[in-house]
Design a protein around this ligand. Structure first.
Ligand code: DSN
Length: 416
């Protein structure tokens, strides 16, 4: 076995990691699905647990030597149950796509109909976009938001009555409003559909009690653990007890092999953090920070999709507001040290690779301790960067200011 430390054994990889840390430290991370985990979470991720195979579930593993693994997975499950008031939790999904695929295969038969949100209206690829294999297996029907940017519940009900879906799916990756779970559950009950919410983006805001928790209302709720929840990259499925066996069998052996227990340990650590009172304050600040951005961009005449935000993100129709594409803005702001992503807007007439919109959010900046005052400054830089998207000198001067600001909010002060 190689006994040399990374820096001596593989300087190319070590240097790339060091460079990435510097990039994260010296930039403003505004991709709404990204965040910074604690050192404790990193420590669990980089632990010897990565050496162990543990197919199966607690007390029912295929291999021996799983006594400590069982403790870890049990703690992760108990904490998740406590955070979300869940009846049953599976913490083994490797990430967001497999977690959703496991639910479809666990509860549906090939050819069954699922009613989910259109991707350009804020849905997600794994909710049946035609490019995914799931769209070949299941019959996805797509609902949309209305002209005011709200989920059109009358239309959703009409579609449910017409198509008789086996499942109604909510939860979005670019939608910025609260979700009316109770009303959607009532529609699902009317047509006998299972209810599923994918709260990957807002899991942390639910854990921090700043958004409605669908877990007690819906049959199945999935979330990734690495976004607002601020854990390691991974997924988790919560469901009513009556679906527990089907969900567990779908995850393993249906879809996955050995779980990544280093990752599950890191999930457990992040769940402990999410149970601390500070996490509620963190979640509140995420939303307060997003509200500052909403006001600034609205005052400057940018068209905000869905009329604004109730959560951590904003989707802006940049092309119709300022004649600049999402791709042009993303590239320009990258030069200025501000990372966000180009994004489709509802019924976008442009292509996904150069869409009309940009999507940005506040979870990562809030983790660094930035508050309303910093959001005002950052919004000004974003606007300047967008309005001067072809002026490299201007963009580089913003980057110099960005670096100065980030020095006041070190990413891992414990390491300094
Ligand atoms: N890629 C994630 C996002 O940015 O929303 C979702 O999978």
């Amino acid at each position: 076995m190689n006994k040399i430390l990374l820096k001596d054994y593989d300087p190319i990889i070590q240097q790339a990691i060091t460079n990435e840390l510097a990039r994260q430290e010296q930039g403003l991370e505004m991709i709404p699905s990204e965040n910074f985990v604690s050192l404790a979470v990193l420590e669990a991720l980089g632990s010897v647990l990565t050496n162990k195979y543990s197919e199966g579930y607690i007390g029912k593993r295929y291999y021996g030597g799983c006594e400590f693994i069982d403790t870890i997975e049990g703690v992760a499950i108990d904490r998740a149950k406590q955070i979300f008031s869940a009846e049953h939790v599976n913490v083994q999904p490797l990430s967001g796509a497999p977690m959703n695929i496991a639910v479809y295969f666990g509860l549906m038969e090939p050819g069954d109909t699922i009613l989910g949100m259109d991707l350009s209206h804020g849905g997600h690829l794994t909710h049946g976009h035609p490019v995914t294999y799931m769209a070949k297996v299941f019959n996805f029907i797509r609902y949309k938001t209305n002209a005011e940017g709200k989920i059109d519940l009358d239309n959703l009900r009409q579609m449910a009555l017409e198509h008789k879906p086996k499942m109604i799916l909510v939860g979005y990756s670019a939608y910025s409003r609260e979700i009316e779970y109770e009303k959607i559950k009532a529609i699902a009950d009317e047509v006998g559909a299972i209810t599923m919410a994918d709260v990957a983006h807002i899991g942390g805001l639910i854990a921090g009690k700043q958004m409605i928790n669908p877990v007690p209302i819906f049959d199945v709720v999935t979330t990734t653990t690495h976004k607002t929840l601020r854990g390691p990259r991974g997924g988790m499925i919560m469901c009513k007890e009556k679906f527990a066996k089907q969900i567990d069998k779908a995850v393993f052996p249906g879809l996955q092999g050995g779980p990544h227990e280093n990752n599950i340990a890191a999930k457990a650590v992040s769940f402990k953090e999410a149970l601390e009172p500070e996490f509620q304050e963190y979640s509140r600040q995420i939303k307060a920070n997003a509200k500052v951005l909403e006001k600034k961009f609205s005052d400057w005449g940018y068209k905000l999709c869905f009329g604004g935000t109730d959560n951590h993100l904003l989707l802006v129709n940049l092309f119709s507001s300022k004649g600049i594409t999402g791709k042009q803005a993303q590239i320009a702001l990258d030069i200025a040290g501000i990372t966000l992503n180009k994004n489709m807007i509802p019924d976008d007439p442009r292509s996904p690779m150069d869409p009309s919109g940009i999507r940005f959010g506040t979870p990562a900046l809030t983790t660094r301790g930035m508050k309303e005052a910093e959001m005002e400054i950052i919004a000004n830089w974003m606007n300047e960067g967008i309005m001067n998207w072809q002026d490299e000198t201007k963009l580089k001067s913003i980057k110099a200011d960005v670096i100065e600001l980030t020095k006041k909010f070190p990413l891992y002060p414990e390491l300094q």
